[in-house]
Design a protein around this ligand. Sequence first.
Ligand SMILES: C=CC1=C(C)c2cc3[nH]c(cc4nc(cc5[nH]c(cc1n2)c(C)c5CCC(=O)O)C(CCC(=O)O)=C4C)c(C)c3C=C
Ligand SMILES: [Fe+2]
Length: 460
Amino acid sequence: MHHRTHDRDDAPKAPKVPHVSEAAKAPKGTKAAKAPRAPQAPDAGPAERRGDGVSRRRLLGTAGAAGAAGLVLGGAGGAAVHAAAAPDPGTALTTVGSTGVPFHGRHQAGILQPTQARGHLVAFDLAAGVGRKEAAALLRRWSEVAALLMAGRPAGGGDTGVALDAGPSSLTVTFGFGSSFFDRTGLGSRRPAELEPLPAFSSDRLDARRSNGDLWVQIGADDALVAFHALRAVQKEAGATARVRWQMNGFNRAPGATARPMTTRNLMGQIDGTGNPKPSEPDFDARIFVPADGGGPASWMAGGSYAVVRRIRMLLDDWEKLSLAKQEQVIGRRKADGAPLTGGTEATEMDLESIGPDGEPVIPADAHARISAPEQNGGAAMLRRPFSYHDGIGPDGEPDAGLLFVAWQADPLRGFVPVQRKLDRGDALSSFIRHEASGLFAVPGGPAKGEYVGQRLLES
Ligand SMILES: C=CC1=C(C)c2cc3[nH]c(cc4nc(cc5[nH]c(cc1n2)c(C)c5CCC(=O)O)C(CCC(=O)O)=C4C)c(C)c3C=C
Ligand SMILES: [Fe+2]
Protein backbone atom coordinates (compact mmCIF):
# COMPACT_ATOMS: atom_id res chain seq x y z
CA MET A 1 0.00 0.00 0.00
CA HIS A 2 1.23 3.45 -0.81
CA HIS A 3 1.42 5.97 1.98
CA ARG A 4 1.04 9.71 2.10
CA THR A 5 2.30 11.88 4.88
CA HIS A 6 0.65 14.94 6.35
CA ASP A 7 3.56 17.26 6.24
CA ARG A 8 7.22 17.92 6.88
CA ASP A 9 10.19 16.92 4.80
CA ASP A 10 11.42 14.31 7.26
CA ALA A 11 8.50 12.10 6.32
CA PRO A 12 9.27 8.79 4.65
CA LYS A 13 9.39 9.24 0.89
CA ALA A 14 6.75 7.00 -0.60
CA PRO A 15 4.74 7.06 -3.81
CA LYS A 16 1.51 8.97 -3.66
CA VAL A 17 -1.85 7.31 -3.84
CA PRO A 18 -2.91 7.28 -7.47
CA HIS A 19 -6.13 9.12 -8.37
CA VAL A 20 -5.45 11.76 -5.74
CA SER A 21 -4.54 14.94 -7.54
CA GLU A 22 -1.57 17.15 -6.79
CA ALA A 23 -3.99 19.39 -4.91
CA ALA A 24 -4.36 16.57 -2.43
CA LYS A 25 -0.78 16.82 -1.28
CA ALA A 26 -0.58 17.94 2.32
CA PRO A 27 0.70 21.47 2.86
CA LYS A 28 3.29 22.05 5.54
CA GLY A 29 1.89 22.44 9.04
CA THR A 30 -1.57 22.13 10.37
CA LYS A 31 -4.19 24.15 8.60
CA ALA A 32 -5.84 26.70 10.82
CA ALA A 33 -9.53 27.46 10.79
CA LYS A 34 -10.24 30.84 9.20
CA ALA A 35 -13.52 31.95 10.71
CA PRO A 36 -13.50 33.11 14.29
CA ARG A 37 -14.52 30.30 16.62
CA ALA A 38 -14.59 27.85 13.72
CA PRO A 39 -13.95 24.23 14.63
CA GLN A 40 -10.23 23.85 15.31
CA ALA A 41 -7.89 21.35 13.79
CA PRO A 42 -8.35 18.28 16.00
CA ASP A 43 -12.08 18.16 15.51
CA ALA A 44 -12.48 19.53 12.05
CA GLY A 45 -13.90 17.24 9.42
CA PRO A 46 -12.02 15.23 6.85
CA ALA A 47 -10.87 17.94 4.43
CA GLU A 48 -9.60 20.19 7.19
CA ARG A 49 -8.63 17.16 9.24
CA ARG A 50 -6.23 15.97 6.63
CA GLY A 51 -5.08 19.47 5.81
CA ASP A 52 -4.81 18.15 2.30
CA GLY A 53 -7.17 20.35 0.33
CA VAL A 54 -9.22 17.38 -0.85
CA SER A 55 -12.84 18.23 -0.37
CA ARG A 56 -15.12 15.76 1.31
CA ARG A 57 -17.23 15.61 -1.84
CA ARG A 58 -14.18 14.87 -3.87
CA LEU A 59 -13.11 12.07 -1.55
CA LEU A 60 -16.59 10.68 -1.75
CA GLY A 61 -16.39 10.81 -5.50
CA THR A 62 -13.14 8.88 -5.42
CA ALA A 63 -14.47 6.39 -2.93
CA GLY A 64 -17.70 6.02 -4.83
CA ALA A 65 -15.97 5.35 -8.11
CA ALA A 66 -13.49 2.87 -6.66
CA GLY A 67 -16.19 1.15 -4.63
CA ALA A 68 -18.34 0.77 -7.68
CA ALA A 69 -15.42 -0.64 -9.63
CA GLY A 70 -14.82 -3.16 -6.88
CA LEU A 71 -18.42 -4.23 -6.97
CA VAL A 72 -18.39 -4.61 -10.72
CA LEU A 73 -15.19 -6.61 -10.65
CA GLY A 74 -16.01 -8.75 -7.66
CA GLY A 75 -19.77 -8.74 -7.73
CA ALA A 76 -20.00 -8.49 -3.93
CA GLY A 77 -19.61 -5.93 -1.16
CA GLY A 78 -16.64 -7.83 0.22
CA ALA A 79 -14.82 -7.45 -3.06
CA ALA A 80 -15.06 -3.70 -2.78
CA VAL A 81 -13.35 -3.89 0.57
CA HIS A 82 -10.59 -6.14 -0.71
CA ALA A 83 -10.01 -3.77 -3.60
CA ALA A 84 -8.15 -1.50 -1.16
CA ALA A 85 -5.45 -4.11 -0.73
CA ALA A 86 -5.32 -5.35 -4.33
CA PRO A 87 -2.02 -5.02 -6.18
CA ASP A 88 -3.44 -2.49 -8.67
CA PRO A 89 -2.79 0.83 -6.92
CA GLY A 90 -5.61 2.41 -8.91
CA THR A 91 -8.17 0.76 -6.67
CA ALA A 92 -7.59 2.80 -3.49
CA LEU A 93 -11.00 3.65 -2.05
CA THR A 94 -9.97 6.64 0.02
CA THR A 95 -6.84 8.19 1.44
CA VAL A 96 -7.81 7.22 4.99
CA GLY A 97 -5.43 4.27 5.14
CA SER A 98 -2.59 5.85 3.22
CA THR A 99 -2.33 9.01 5.31
CA GLY A 100 0.68 9.07 7.60
CA VAL A 101 1.87 11.41 10.35
CA PRO A 102 5.62 12.03 10.84
CA PHE A 103 7.07 10.75 14.08
CA HIS A 104 9.85 13.34 14.30
CA GLY A 105 9.23 17.05 14.74
CA ARG A 106 9.06 19.89 17.25
CA HIS A 107 6.02 18.48 19.00
CA GLN A 108 5.10 14.86 19.43
CA ALA A 109 2.41 13.65 17.08
CA GLY A 110 -1.02 13.14 18.60
CA ILE A 111 -1.58 16.68 19.88
CA LEU A 112 -2.18 18.84 16.84
CA GLN A 113 -3.52 16.15 14.54
CA PRO A 114 -7.24 15.61 14.21
CA THR A 115 -8.67 13.06 16.65
CA GLN A 116 -8.64 9.65 15.04
CA ALA A 117 -11.48 7.17 14.83
CA ARG A 118 -9.88 4.80 17.33
CA GLY A 119 -7.81 5.49 20.42
CA HIS A 120 -6.07 3.64 23.22
CA LEU A 121 -4.80 5.33 26.36
CA VAL A 122 -2.43 3.18 28.40
CA ALA A 123 -0.51 3.88 31.58
CA PHE A 124 2.46 1.78 32.65
CA ASP A 125 4.32 1.43 35.92
CA LEU A 126 8.02 0.62 35.91
CA ALA A 127 8.79 -2.83 37.28
CA ALA A 128 10.47 -3.18 40.66
CA GLY A 129 14.19 -2.48 40.44
CA VAL A 130 13.94 -0.65 37.12
CA GLY A 131 15.82 2.66 37.04
CA ARG A 132 16.83 5.39 34.67
CA LYS A 133 18.98 3.20 32.40
CA GLU A 134 16.25 0.64 31.74
CA ALA A 135 13.67 3.39 31.35
CA ALA A 136 15.86 5.09 28.74
CA ALA A 137 16.22 1.81 26.85
CA LEU A 138 12.44 1.40 26.90
CA LEU A 139 11.83 4.90 25.54
CA ARG A 140 14.36 4.17 22.81
CA ARG A 141 12.59 0.92 21.86
CA TRP A 142 9.18 2.56 21.99
CA SER A 143 10.36 5.43 19.80
CA GLU A 144 11.82 3.06 17.24
CA VAL A 145 8.68 1.00 16.99
CA ALA A 146 6.42 4.08 16.91
CA ALA A 147 8.45 5.57 14.04
CA LEU A 148 8.15 2.35 12.05
CA LEU A 149 4.44 1.89 12.64
CA MET A 150 3.60 5.54 11.96
CA ALA A 151 5.35 5.15 8.61
CA GLY A 152 3.14 2.14 7.87
CA ARG A 153 5.96 -0.33 8.25
CA PRO A 154 6.02 -3.56 10.33
CA ALA A 155 7.20 -3.35 13.92
CA GLY A 156 10.27 -5.45 13.22
CA GLY A 157 11.02 -9.00 14.36
CA GLY A 158 7.94 -10.77 15.58
CA ASP A 159 5.44 -8.35 14.08
CA THR A 160 1.97 -9.73 14.72
CA GLY A 161 0.76 -9.02 11.18
CA VAL A 162 -2.46 -7.43 12.40
CA ALA A 163 -1.92 -4.28 10.31
CA LEU A 164 -0.36 -6.06 7.33
CA ASP A 165 -2.65 -4.83 4.56
CA ALA A 166 -3.24 -1.35 5.89
CA GLY A 167 -1.36 1.90 5.55
CA PRO A 168 -0.48 4.03 8.57
CA SER A 169 -4.06 5.30 8.82
CA SER A 170 -2.97 8.52 10.57
CA LEU A 171 -1.47 6.50 13.42
CA THR A 172 0.07 8.58 16.19
CA VAL A 173 1.85 7.23 19.27
CA THR A 174 2.51 9.79 22.00
CA PHE A 175 4.56 9.24 25.16
CA GLY A 176 4.39 10.99 28.53
CA PHE A 177 5.84 10.80 32.04
CA GLY A 178 3.81 10.81 35.24
CA SER A 179 5.03 12.45 38.45
CA SER A 180 5.98 9.07 39.98
CA PHE A 181 8.38 8.35 37.08
CA PHE A 182 10.81 10.92 38.44
CA ASP A 183 10.99 9.32 41.88
CA ARG A 184 11.38 5.84 40.42
CA THR A 185 14.28 6.87 38.20
CA GLY A 186 16.11 9.22 40.55
CA LEU A 187 15.22 12.19 38.40
CA GLY A 188 13.27 14.08 41.07
CA SER A 189 15.32 17.24 40.54
CA ARG A 190 14.19 17.36 36.90
CA ARG A 191 10.49 17.01 37.63
CA PRO A 192 8.63 20.03 36.25
CA ALA A 193 6.64 22.12 38.72
CA GLU A 194 3.73 21.76 36.31
CA LEU A 195 3.46 18.05 37.25
CA GLU A 196 2.33 18.97 40.75
CA PRO A 197 -0.67 16.65 41.38
CA LEU A 198 -4.01 18.06 40.33
CA PRO A 199 -6.08 19.37 43.24
CA ALA A 200 -9.04 17.35 44.45
CA PHE A 201 -12.40 18.57 43.14
CA SER A 202 -15.60 18.11 45.10
CA SER A 203 -17.28 16.16 42.30
CA ASP A 204 -14.35 13.73 41.85
CA ARG A 205 -15.17 10.05 42.18
CA LEU A 206 -11.72 8.83 41.23
CA ASP A 207 -10.51 5.25 41.08
CA ALA A 208 -6.82 5.34 42.06
CA ARG A 209 -6.09 2.10 40.21
CA ARG A 210 -7.19 3.67 36.95
CA SER A 211 -5.45 6.97 37.61
CA ASN A 212 -1.93 8.33 37.04
CA GLY A 213 1.01 5.97 36.33
CA ASP A 214 4.76 6.25 35.71
CA LEU A 215 4.41 6.38 31.92
CA TRP A 216 1.53 7.14 29.59
CA VAL A 217 1.01 6.24 25.95
CA GLN A 218 -1.71 7.65 23.74
CA ILE A 219 -2.36 5.75 20.50
CA GLY A 220 -4.72 6.98 17.80
CA ALA A 221 -5.44 5.72 14.29
CA ASP A 222 -8.26 5.89 11.80
CA ASP A 223 -8.31 2.10 11.60
CA ALA A 224 -9.07 -0.08 14.63
CA LEU A 225 -6.66 -2.84 13.60
CA VAL A 226 -3.82 -0.39 13.04
CA ALA A 227 -4.46 1.08 16.49
CA PHE A 228 -4.62 -2.36 18.13
CA HIS A 229 -1.45 -3.42 16.33
CA ALA A 230 0.39 -0.41 17.73
CA LEU A 231 -1.01 -1.07 21.20
CA ARG A 232 0.29 -4.65 21.18
CA ALA A 233 3.67 -3.57 19.86
CA VAL A 234 4.00 -0.97 22.62
CA GLN A 235 2.95 -3.49 25.27
CA LYS A 236 5.36 -6.08 23.90
CA GLU A 237 8.30 -3.66 23.92
CA ALA A 238 7.54 -2.83 27.55
CA GLY A 239 8.67 -6.40 28.28
CA ALA A 240 9.93 -6.80 31.81
CA THR A 241 10.63 -3.07 32.17
CA ALA A 242 7.09 -1.82 32.71
CA ARG A 243 3.67 -3.33 33.16
CA VAL A 244 0.28 -1.97 32.23
CA ARG A 245 -1.36 -0.08 35.09
CA TRP A 246 -4.55 0.77 33.23
CA GLN A 247 -5.83 0.86 29.69
CA MET A 248 -8.80 2.70 28.21
CA ASN A 249 -10.14 2.28 24.70
CA GLY A 250 -11.93 5.03 22.84
CA PHE A 251 -13.33 6.06 19.52
CA ASN A 252 -14.46 8.98 17.46
CA ARG A 253 -16.34 9.47 14.27
CA ALA A 254 -14.66 7.84 11.27
CA PRO A 255 -13.32 10.22 8.63
CA GLY A 256 -15.80 10.37 5.81
CA ALA A 257 -18.83 9.47 7.92
CA THR A 258 -20.45 12.88 7.55
CA ALA A 259 -21.44 14.51 4.30
CA ARG A 260 -19.29 17.54 5.05
CA PRO A 261 -16.37 18.29 7.34
CA MET A 262 -17.71 18.71 10.86
CA THR A 263 -16.61 18.98 14.45
CA THR A 264 -17.15 15.58 16.06
CA ARG A 265 -20.02 14.71 18.39
CA ASN A 266 -19.77 13.10 21.81
CA LEU A 267 -22.03 10.37 23.21
CA MET A 268 -24.49 12.97 24.53
CA GLY A 269 -24.94 13.97 20.91
CA GLN A 270 -23.37 17.40 21.25
CA ILE A 271 -20.95 18.93 18.81
CA ASP A 272 -17.83 18.97 20.97
CA GLY A 273 -14.64 20.90 20.23
CA THR A 274 -15.98 24.17 18.84
CA GLY A 275 -14.40 26.49 21.40
CA ASN A 276 -10.93 24.93 21.21
CA PRO A 277 -8.01 27.32 20.68
CA LYS A 278 -7.04 27.47 17.00
CA PRO A 279 -3.46 27.10 15.75
CA SER A 280 -4.01 30.33 13.80
CA GLU A 281 -4.48 32.34 17.01
CA PRO A 282 -1.42 34.31 18.11
CA ASP A 283 -1.41 32.89 21.63
CA PHE A 284 -2.04 29.29 20.58
CA ASP A 285 1.56 28.08 20.96
CA ALA A 286 2.06 29.79 24.30
CA ARG A 287 -1.14 28.28 25.63
CA ILE A 288 -0.49 24.73 24.48
CA PHE A 289 3.29 24.19 24.31
CA VAL A 290 6.18 24.70 26.71
CA PRO A 291 8.43 27.47 25.41
CA ALA A 292 12.06 26.86 24.49
CA ASP A 293 13.54 29.54 26.74
CA GLY A 294 13.30 27.59 30.02
CA GLY A 295 16.93 26.77 30.74
CA GLY A 296 15.91 25.42 34.18
CA PRO A 297 15.65 21.83 35.40
CA ALA A 298 12.67 21.21 33.13
CA SER A 299 14.15 22.69 29.96
CA TRP A 300 13.93 19.16 28.53
CA MET A 301 10.18 19.90 28.18
CA ALA A 302 10.71 22.54 25.46
CA GLY A 303 8.14 22.00 22.72
CA GLY A 304 6.26 19.64 25.00
CA SER A 305 2.85 19.89 26.60
CA TYR A 306 0.99 18.64 29.67
CA ALA A 307 -1.83 16.17 29.16
CA VAL A 308 -4.68 16.08 31.65
CA VAL A 309 -6.53 12.80 31.21
CA ARG A 310 -9.92 12.27 32.84
CA ARG A 311 -12.23 9.34 32.39
CA ILE A 312 -15.61 11.07 32.60
CA ARG A 313 -18.62 8.82 32.74
CA MET A 314 -21.79 10.19 31.19
CA LEU A 315 -24.99 9.41 33.08
CA LEU A 316 -26.76 8.78 29.82
CA ASP A 317 -29.99 7.33 31.22
CA ASP A 318 -30.58 10.64 33.02
CA TRP A 319 -29.31 12.83 30.20
CA GLU A 320 -31.47 11.16 27.58
CA LYS A 321 -34.60 11.87 29.65
CA LEU A 322 -34.06 15.63 29.28
CA SER A 323 -35.97 17.48 26.59
CA LEU A 324 -33.92 18.87 23.72
CA ALA A 325 -34.51 22.39 25.01
CA LYS A 326 -33.20 21.45 28.49
CA GLN A 327 -30.16 19.71 27.02
CA GLU A 328 -29.36 22.85 25.06
CA GLN A 329 -29.71 25.00 28.18
CA VAL A 330 -27.25 22.75 30.01
CA ILE A 331 -24.57 23.39 27.39
CA GLY A 332 -25.58 26.83 26.09
CA ARG A 333 -25.36 25.70 22.49
CA ARG A 334 -27.80 24.12 20.03
CA LYS A 335 -27.52 20.40 19.66
CA ALA A 336 -28.19 20.24 15.93
CA ASP A 337 -25.50 22.59 14.72
CA GLY A 338 -23.49 23.65 17.79
CA ALA A 339 -24.49 27.32 17.41
CA PRO A 340 -24.69 29.37 20.62
CA LEU A 341 -28.21 29.86 22.01
CA THR A 342 -27.73 33.53 21.17
CA GLY A 343 -27.86 32.59 17.49
CA GLY A 344 -25.77 32.36 14.38
CA THR A 345 -23.76 29.35 13.37
CA GLU A 346 -21.28 27.10 15.17
CA ALA A 347 -18.59 29.64 14.32
CA THR A 348 -20.46 32.57 15.91
CA GLU A 349 -19.14 33.90 19.22
CA MET A 350 -21.39 33.30 22.24
CA ASP A 351 -23.09 36.53 23.35
CA LEU A 352 -22.78 36.08 27.08
CA GLU A 353 -24.47 39.45 27.78
CA SER A 354 -27.69 38.73 25.91
CA ILE A 355 -30.85 38.76 28.06
CA GLY A 356 -34.05 37.01 26.92
CA PRO A 357 -37.65 38.27 27.13
CA ASP A 358 -37.98 36.52 30.52
CA GLY A 359 -35.19 38.72 31.90
CA GLU A 360 -32.80 35.75 32.16
CA PRO A 361 -29.49 35.36 30.29
CA VAL A 362 -30.10 33.57 26.99
CA ILE A 363 -27.05 31.45 27.72
CA PRO A 364 -27.84 30.39 31.30
CA ALA A 365 -25.51 31.37 34.13
CA ASP A 366 -24.71 27.69 34.75
CA ALA A 367 -24.38 26.66 31.10
CA HIS A 368 -21.28 24.54 30.57
CA ALA A 369 -19.98 26.54 27.60
CA ARG A 370 -20.34 29.82 29.50
CA ILE A 371 -18.57 28.60 32.63
CA SER A 372 -15.69 27.00 30.76
CA ALA A 373 -15.06 29.86 28.32
CA PRO A 374 -11.59 31.48 28.59
CA GLU A 375 -13.13 34.94 29.09
CA GLN A 376 -14.78 33.61 32.27
CA ASN A 377 -11.51 32.08 33.53
CA GLY A 378 -8.88 34.77 33.19
CA GLY A 379 -7.95 33.50 29.73
CA ALA A 380 -7.34 29.89 30.87
CA ALA A 381 -7.58 27.61 27.87
CA MET A 382 -6.68 24.09 26.80
CA LEU A 383 -6.80 22.03 23.64
CA ARG A 384 -9.40 19.31 24.18
CA ARG A 385 -8.72 16.18 22.13
CA PRO A 386 -10.94 13.47 23.58
CA PHE A 387 -12.08 10.01 22.61
CA SER A 388 -15.50 8.61 23.49
CA TYR A 389 -15.62 5.28 25.27
CA HIS A 390 -18.19 2.57 25.80
CA ASP A 391 -17.41 -0.46 27.96
CA GLY A 392 -20.85 -2.09 28.02
CA ILE A 393 -23.29 -1.87 30.90
CA GLY A 394 -21.85 -1.23 34.36
CA PRO A 395 -22.77 -3.16 37.56
CA ASP A 396 -25.29 -0.37 38.23
CA GLY A 397 -27.17 -1.37 35.06
CA GLU A 398 -26.29 1.87 33.32
CA PRO A 399 -24.05 2.35 30.29
CA ASP A 400 -20.38 2.55 31.21
CA ALA A 401 -19.82 5.19 28.57
CA GLY A 402 -18.53 8.70 28.33
CA LEU A 403 -15.51 10.73 27.44
CA LEU A 404 -11.81 9.96 27.67
CA PHE A 405 -11.13 13.64 28.13
CA VAL A 406 -7.59 14.57 27.08
CA ALA A 407 -6.69 18.25 27.43
CA TRP A 408 -3.36 19.73 26.32
CA GLN A 409 -1.78 22.86 27.78
CA ALA A 410 1.56 24.47 28.52
CA ASP A 411 0.67 24.61 32.21
CA PRO A 412 -2.31 22.89 33.88
CA LEU A 413 -2.56 25.83 36.30
CA ARG A 414 -3.34 28.06 33.32
CA GLY A 415 -5.55 25.49 31.62
CA PHE A 416 -7.48 22.63 33.14
CA VAL A 417 -7.24 23.46 36.85
CA PRO A 418 -8.93 26.89 36.99
CA VAL A 419 -11.61 25.81 34.53
CA GLN A 420 -12.39 22.58 36.38
CA ARG A 421 -12.48 24.51 39.69
CA LYS A 422 -15.15 26.74 38.22
CA LEU A 423 -17.08 23.86 36.64
CA ASP A 424 -16.91 22.00 39.95
CA ARG A 425 -18.75 24.87 41.62
CA GLY A 426 -21.75 25.27 39.38
CA ASP A 427 -21.81 23.58 35.99
CA ALA A 428 -25.25 22.43 34.87
CA LEU A 429 -23.57 19.49 33.14
CA SER A 430 -22.17 18.15 36.40
CA SER A 431 -25.46 16.35 37.27
CA PHE A 432 -24.96 14.25 34.15
CA ILE A 433 -21.27 13.34 34.37
CA ARG A 434 -18.89 11.70 36.85
CA HIS A 435 -15.10 12.01 36.85
CA GLU A 436 -13.95 8.43 37.51
CA ALA A 437 -10.21 8.51 36.82
CA SER A 438 -7.52 11.12 36.40
CA GLY A 439 -3.96 11.51 35.21
CA LEU A 440 -1.45 14.25 34.56
CA PHE A 441 1.50 13.60 32.28
CA ALA A 442 4.48 15.58 31.03
CA VAL A 443 4.69 14.95 27.30
CA PRO A 444 8.09 16.06 26.03
CA GLY A 445 8.64 17.75 22.70
CA GLY A 446 8.97 15.64 19.59
CA PRO A 447 12.28 13.89 18.90
CA ALA A 448 14.69 15.12 16.27
CA LYS A 449 15.84 12.51 13.77
CA GLY A 450 18.09 9.99 15.48
CA GLU A 451 16.69 10.92 18.89
CA TYR A 452 14.15 9.09 21.01
CA VAL A 453 11.31 10.64 22.99
CA GLY A 454 12.51 11.85 26.37
CA GLN A 455 16.22 11.55 25.51
CA ARG A 456 16.83 15.12 26.65
CA LEU A 457 15.55 14.13 30.10
CA LEU A 458 17.07 10.69 30.33
CA GLU A 459 20.53 11.37 28.93
CA SER A 460 21.51 14.84 30.10
C1 LIG B 1 -12.12 21.34 32.86
C2 LIG B 1 -12.36 21.26 31.60
C3 LIG B 1 -13.54 20.61 30.95
C4 LIG B 1 -14.17 19.42 31.26
C5 LIG B 1 -13.82 18.43 32.33
C6 LIG B 1 -15.22 19.25 30.29
C7 LIG B 1 -16.09 18.18 30.21
C8 LIG B 1 -17.07 18.00 29.26
N1 LIG B 1 -17.46 18.89 28.28
C9 LIG B 1 -18.48 18.35 27.54
C10 LIG B 1 -19.13 18.95 26.45
C11 LIG B 1 -18.87 20.22 25.95
N2 LIG B 1 -17.89 21.07 26.35
C12 LIG B 1 -17.95 22.23 25.60
C13 LIG B 1 -17.10 23.32 25.71
C14 LIG B 1 -16.00 23.40 26.56
N3 LIG B 1 -15.68 22.56 27.58
C15 LIG B 1 -14.50 22.98 28.17
C16 LIG B 1 -13.84 22.39 29.23
C17 LIG B 1 -14.21 21.18 29.84
N4 LIG B 1 -15.20 20.33 29.48
C18 LIG B 1 -14.10 24.16 27.50
C19 LIG B 1 -12.85 24.95 27.83
C20 LIG B 1 -15.02 24.43 26.51
C21 LIG B 1 -14.98 25.58 25.53
C22 LIG B 1 -15.67 26.79 26.04
C23 LIG B 1 -15.57 27.92 25.04
O1 LIG B 1 -14.50 28.48 24.89
O2 LIG B 1 -16.56 28.22 24.40
C24 LIG B 1 -19.03 22.11 24.68
C25 LIG B 1 -19.47 23.18 23.69
C26 LIG B 1 -18.80 23.02 22.38
C27 LIG B 1 -17.32 23.25 22.44
O3 LIG B 1 -16.87 24.37 22.56
O4 LIG B 1 -16.61 22.26 22.41
C28 LIG B 1 -19.58 20.86 24.87
C29 LIG B 1 -20.73 20.24 24.11
C30 LIG B 1 -18.73 17.07 28.06
C31 LIG B 1 -19.79 16.15 27.51
C32 LIG B 1 -17.88 16.86 29.11
C33 LIG B 1 -17.74 15.69 29.97
C34 LIG B 1 -18.17 14.49 29.71
FE1 LIG C 1 -16.69 20.78 28.03
